[in-house]
Ligand binder design. Sequence first.
Ligand SMILES: C[S@@+](CC[C@H](N)C(=O)[O-])C[C@H]1O[C@@H](n2cnc3c(N)ncnc32)[C@H](O)[C@@H]1O
Length: 263
Amino acid sequence: MARDRRDYYYHQAKEEGYRSRASFKLKQINEKHKIIKRGDSVVDLGAAPGGWLQVAKELSGGKVLGVDLQRIDPIEGVETIHGDINAESTITKIIQAVGTKGADVVLCDAAPNLSGNWSYDHARSIELATSALECAKKILKPNGNFVVKVFQGDMFDDYLKEVRENFVRTAAYSPKASRSQSAEIYVIGKKYLTAPLRKGNEFVVDIEKLGSSGDGAILIEGFVVFVKEVEVGEKVRICITDVKPNFAFAEVEERLGKFEKSE
Ligand SMILES: C[S@@+](CC[C@H](N)C(=O)[O-])C[C@H]1O[C@@H](n2cnc3c(N)ncnc32)[C@H](O)[C@@H]1O
């Protein structure tokens, strides 16, 4: 069954003019999770031979940049960088190519050469996925999207947690076009958070006013935080419970009495 499916996507790629069967994985990821939309700028890390670049260009029609250790044969309207995504010098080149506006989407289908040693291959995959996340954090626009391939193993949950801290929504997804016996899974991060706060952060704050919903409304580093069940005049220790692109929610951890109003 797995072999039939593999052959199916292999032949389908040949028939439709895609450079790799992996093209169908990106198509299926995009159908399910709506990662790339018309006009988006897309950076694809670990992009050779270029199947994802072809699909990204079709979907966005915008600026598309591919990066790989291998040379990528030219694709019309697609820029490429030859380099190692674990190297600072490659990240600098990517930042320069993307420009100050940033990218709407960062993709990474990079895979280490498999050694056959499961935990070694898993660790190398996590290293690549971590470089991809670091790169995404440097170049994504606020609300941008991220997709990265990871080989599953004991470090997977910690990696997922790290992605979760940086995006409004996170999912792990295995497209049909992935081989059924493969350990690969795609981590999806939607809506990159540029807020100066993260879930679990604690602050001591003075409640000076309430928002229209009746929650306390405070500013932390210019970012609005709504605090449930407080009154004007209270000093409280709060914990951030949810971060949205433009505001966050918090709950009271400890009530510290009334605050002194400065004249
Ligand atoms: C599965 S292929 C990508 C296939 C591609 N998505 C496509 O549709 O054609 C994985 C790629 O990751 C690249 N790669 C692995 N480690 C890398 C690294 N450290 N820096 C850049 N590319 C890397 C490999 O050279 C390989 O071309």
